[in-house]
Design a protein around this ligand. Structure first.
Ligand SMILES: Cc1cc2nc3c(=O)[nH]c(=O)nc-3n(C[C@H](O)[C@H](O)[C@H](O)COP(=O)(O)OP(=O)(O)OC[C@H]3O[C@@H](n4cnc5c(N)ncnc54)[C@H](O)[C@@H]3O)c2cc1C
Length: 482
């Protein structure tokens, strides 16, 4: 990276969900426009109730540290209302251009529009680019101009019929940094309090936040996970998933980089099924963003109005048992403890734990969404709210109300050797496979042999799976008929 002539104009690149140097279209534009000042603003004020949860803050701390290293220690950090901070800083720094990659959360769209108006009226150019999605949500529309509400046509007719996603861009070959001294409001990473000591999660040592960690995760996946992905992705103990979701969420890697890295390797793979399926999962992410963009109320309001009448139960004890992984239903508890201990949860188990909360316990999906928001390192407003509405049945293209996962049979099917469940429930480790997912049915001598005392070493189930399923089906079918 070399310095630009001292009198080159100053451009600010505002990093948000694009914490990377490569394939960063707005950063490239800033680097070309002048001497660069890279900035990050932690804006909890505008985010309000959707400010980052604890696990994401843990991740962000490390990701910003890694980005700052890549930027030779030049990243400027601020905390507060970006609407005030950015224009004031741009003016003080004498910037002629401010660049950013677009974000799609409703609060960010509103805020960014205001910031753009303020900057432009002050004579500062604003350049915004797409660094986050393969296709812009306003581009993928049905022939009548309305957004898709069903995934398969969205992907097959909408996305795949559009021009291919753009090819990834290289990192700027030259970045000339401008000095930005004595700027009020600037913080160090530790000032931002993103890594609170009270956060007790034992994060998996495998997570490496930052651009290099993201590229390594992609390589690891293409080397080891993609062959067999279509089936293997359903088994939490298998190594077929990419673990890219937090990297994609924070923009440490772009979906374009993932898309084309896969295309580059495709001829080495056995058949089309695995890569096709993986691309489809990336497209679910695009679909969630499209749903959020066209339905800004997605995180809070049922997409299907009839669900407004659903008789959700208020049951604080059951909610707490679910959060703490103490429901007495092993596959559910394993998932909830994985979430707490690692900041993540396998997709199959997310579906099962969510279904148990919303259907068996009949607790409002927004309670689960909120808990995931705080605990997930990949907590993403679009993916989280669309997925919760999908499981609840209240979403656009949702699972039908009668699909209620049975967590015991799901465990038998997707964790057949019990490796995953035993890892998170060591108190059940000695139970034979046959009873691991339904210890309440196990004969007394089997429990004794395995040192399991229900109600003492492991809880009794908080609800009976059969009758709670029936209760949910009745409530949902009333809704359907009503
Ligand atoms: C109740 C619930 C809540 C969820 N909350 C989130 C969330 O907050 N953030 C999040 O990124 N994902 C969320 N998901 C979707 C999915 O579980 C994760 O994206 C996936 O587990 C991440 O693991 P991976 O990167 O190994 O996925 P892979 O299987 O390797 O998939 C590759 C990428 O495709 C995208 N993707 C895969 N599945 C989905 C999906 N169903 N919906 C949208 N995008 C998908 C992700 O970006 C993922 O990284 C949720 C799912 C459920 C059922």
């Amino acid at each position: 990276m070399t310095k630009q002539p001292a009198r080159a104009p100053i451009s600010i690149h505002w990093f948000r969900q694009d914490l990377r140097l490569s394939d960063n279209p707005a950063l490239l534009a800033a680097a070309e426009a002048g001497r660069l000042i890279p900035v990050y603003i932690l804006d909890d004020e505008n985010a309000e109730e959707w400010k980052m949860g604890g696990a994401c803050r843990w991740w962000l701390h490390r990701s910003l540290s890694s980005l700052n290293d890549s930027l030779q220690g030049k990243l400027l950090l601020f905390q507060g209302n970006a609407e005030k901070i950015l224009p004031a800083f741009a003016e003080k720094a004498g910037a002629s251009t401010v660049t950013w990659n677009r974000c799609y959360e409703p609060w960010r769209i509103q805020r960014d529009k205001k910031i753009k108006a303020t900057l432009t009226s002050g004579g500062i150019d604003v350049i915004s680019k797409n660094g986050t999605l393969l296709w812009e949500p306003w581009e993928v529309l049905k022939s009548d101009g309305t957004p898709y509400r069903v995934f398969t046509p969205f992907y097959r007719k909408g996305c795949l019929n559009r021009p291919s996603p753009r090819k990834p861009l290289k990192a700027p070959s030259k970045i000339g940094f401008a000095e930005a001294k004595d700027m009020k409001g600037q913080l160090t990473l530790s000032d931002m309090g993103l890594d609170p000591s009270h956060w007790s999660i034992k994060k998996s040592p495998d997570w490496v936040p930052g651009e290099t960690g993201a590229q390594d995760a992609l390589t690891q996946f293409l080397d080891n996970g993609i062959n067999g992905y279509k089936d293997g992705r359903n088994f939490p103990a298998a190594e077929n998933c990419s673990h890219l979701s937090p990297h994609l969420h924070f923009g440490e890697i772009s979906p374009h980089q993932v898309w084309y890295a896969l295309a580059f390797r495709e001829h080495l793979l056995e058949g089309d099924e695995d890569p096709d399926h993986f691309r489809m999962e990336l497209a679910w992410r695009e679909f969630s963003y499209s749903l959020l963009y066209h339905n800004p109320e997605l995180p809070k309001k049922n997409l299907q109005d009839k669900f407004d009448l659903f008789p959700w139960r208020k049951d604080e004890d059951a909610l707490r048992a679910w959060q703490q992984g103490k429901t007495g239903i092993p596959f559910v508890d394993a998932g909830m403890r994985e979430l707490w201990q690692t900041g993540s949860m396998h997709n199959r188990v997310r579906m099962v734990t969510a279904s148990f909360l919303v259907k068996n316990l009949m607790i409002d999906w927004r309670e689960g969404e909120r808990w995931f928001w705080d605990c997930l390192i990949d907590a993403d407003l679009a993916n989280n709210s669309a997925s919760w509405q999908w499981v609840a049945g209240s979403g656009a293209d949702a699972a039908p109300y009668f699909r209620i996962f049975n967590p015991a049979t799901q465990g038998v099917r997707f964790d057949p050797k019990g490796d995953y469940t035993r890892q998170y429930l060591p108190e059940l480790a000695a139970l034979p496979d046959k009873w691991l997912f339904n210890p309440w049915d196990a004969p007394a001598d089997v429990l004794k042999e395995a040192n399991v005392v229900l109600g003492e070493t492991y809880p009794h189930p908080i609800d009976d799976l059969k009758s709670s399923r029936r209760r949910a089906l009745d409530a949902f079918s009333e809704l359907k008929d009503g």
